[in-house]
Design a protein. Structure first.
Length: 116
């Protein structure tokens, strides 16, 4: 069993920044890929960013340049740096991890609200 614990969400004004953290219960190098997804109110869950073993990153449409995913193996943590936040970035953000046997895990989610 793998636990993923997100933190760092909250209320921020448009144009502001937040950094989300996802701490895994085991080393992040043991995962094939980790990432962030989000679910805006009334909408389906969508890709934000992924980080594969070896460092390859992938971002959702129009998010690259504002959002940056990174990992710290020493802390078993994956981060999502979000800059220039917009009201449409309001969503519950979920951490995701996929093992080498393709088992998928999700965190409980953290709320991000962008509003003045």
């Amino acid at each position: 069993q793998v636990n993923l614990v997100e933190s760092g969400g909250g209320l921020v004004q448009p144009g502001g920044s937040l950094r989300l953290s996802c701490e895994a219960s085991r080393g992040i190098s043991s995962f094939r890929r980790m990432g962030w997804y989000r679910q805006p109110p009334g909408k389906q869950r969508e890709l934000v960013a992924t980080l594969a073993i070896g460092g390859t990153t992938n971002y959702g449409d129009s998010l690259k340049g504002r959002f940056t995913i990174s990992g710290d193996g020493a802390k078993n943590t994956v981060y999502l740096q979000m800059n220039s936040l917009k009201p449409e970035d309001t969503a519950v953000y979920y951490c995701n991890a996929i093992t080498w046997t393709r088992t998928e895990y999700w965190g409980q989610g953290t709320q991000v609200t962008v509003s003045s």
